[in-house]
Ligand binder design. Structure first.
Ligand code: KG4
Ligand code: ZN
Length: 339
């Protein structure tokens, strides 16, 4: 069978990324230009700045992805691009670029769902992984417990009712003075903290065992900080961070393990930026091992936003004959499974 080489583009938030992926699983290049430094000045992602930076970065990033893969556009069989969900102005930069290349080179265009990309990162680092399996997607904008029924076929078992897990990490990090980007900073300082120092709530949703809620947890942490402030006490940042992180991990693990027990699936994967968290990875590995469940996770660099995962998702769509036309548009609130 002929190899299918896909050039993938990702620009949904604050990373401009391009990659060349062969047959959905082999990454020839994976270039990520992060805008973290500039957004750090503002304490979070400023959408208008993100769009402008994507415009500046996109051509050099694509050129580097092609040269790292020792290819030119003439070697590429199809273009994959994230078209939602995400920041509309940011998404539009990638979508317009992908359409232009597809038109100029007369090669197929495939619009990819960003969350589907996160799930597919697992196919790159776990060559033997095939659906069906259960996947927990935990990113800055999403917390979804999903049955991956087949390539490109998803059933959502549960999702967050309020904040996404990554959003909770970012908000708590800001409140305890760690700043942006919050997730990696909480991960780092938690190593020196006591996860039992504070008992923060693990919300339960009575009408859906698989749904999540993190806003109460975030408020509990804020209350703890305010109470300490009123008493003139210093807060122990590593202890608060570690206790908060433990509460998030417990909430994620409980839902996922219930889903595995009730559905009988024997394969479980994690995906998204929060899946790069040290405690998340080690707890899931331990809990899956106890139950005889095979545990999969992408390498850390493929958990956070990148284009290689988009190239993987695009390949499985390509194989099914899915093609986008030049009406493809950015859809900021695109739902998983929607086309
Ligand atoms: O998947 P991602 O790169 O972008 C979205 O699609 O949202 O996820 C970004 C989120 C941010 O909220 C970030 O704080 C969180 O993932 N994150 C982490 C870690 N690395 C990134 N959260 C906890 N621990 C980490 N090590
Ligand atoms: Zn993402």
């Amino acid at each position: 069978m002929q190899d299918i080489k896909i050039l993938a583009i990702e620009s949904s938030c604050d990373e401009t990324a391009a990659a060349v992926v062969v047959n959905g699983r082999d990454v020839l290049s994976n270039v990520i230009s992060s805008q973290i430094d500039i957004h750090t000045l503002y304490g979070g992602v400023v959408p208008e700045i993100a769009s402008r930076k994507h415009i500046e970065n996109i051509n050099p990033v694509i050129e580097k992805a092609l040269s790292d893969a020792k290819m030119t556009l003439d070697d590429i069989d199809a273009i994959g691009v994230t078209y939602g969900p995400g920041l509309v102005g940011a998404l539009l930069v990638g979508v317009a670029e992908a359409k232009a290349i597809s038109f100029a080179k007369d090669i197929p265009l495939i619009g990819v769902h960003h969350i589907e990309g996160h799930i597919c990162a697992n196919y790159i680092d776990n060559k033997e992984l095939e659906p069906p399996f259960i996947c927990l997607v935990v990113s800055g904008g999403h917390t979804h417990l999903v049955v991956v029924k087949d390539y490109g076929e998803y059933e959502i078992l549960g999702k967050t009712r309020d904040d996404a897990a990554g959003e909770a990490f970012d908000k708590v990090a800001r409140a305890i003075g760690l700043g942006y980007p919050g997730g990696p900073k909480i991960d780092k300082v938690s190593v020196d903290g006591n996860p039992e120092a504070f008992v923060f709530p693990r919300a339960k949703i009575t009408d859906s065992v698989y749904d999540f809620s993190f806003s109460g947890l975030k408020s509990a942490v804020l209350n703890q900080i305010n109470a300490a402030g009123m008493k003139g006490e210093e807060i122990n940042v590593p202890d608060i961070a570690a206790s908060f992180q433990k509460a998030v991990v417990d909430s994620l693990v409980t839902r996922a393990m219930t889903a595995l027990e009730e559905t009988g699936f024997k394969k479980f994967a994690i995906a998204g930026g929060v899946a790069s968290n040290t405690a998340v990875r080690s707890e899931f590995e331990k809990e899956c091992k106890k139950r005889g469940i095979s545990f999969y996770c992408p390498s850390k660099i493929l958990c956070t936003d990148n284009a290689a995962m988009i190239g993987s998702a695009a390949y499985f769509e390509y194989k099914k004959g899915v093609r986008s036309d030049y009406h493809l548009n950015a859809i900021p609130n695109l739902k998983l499974g929607e086309r």
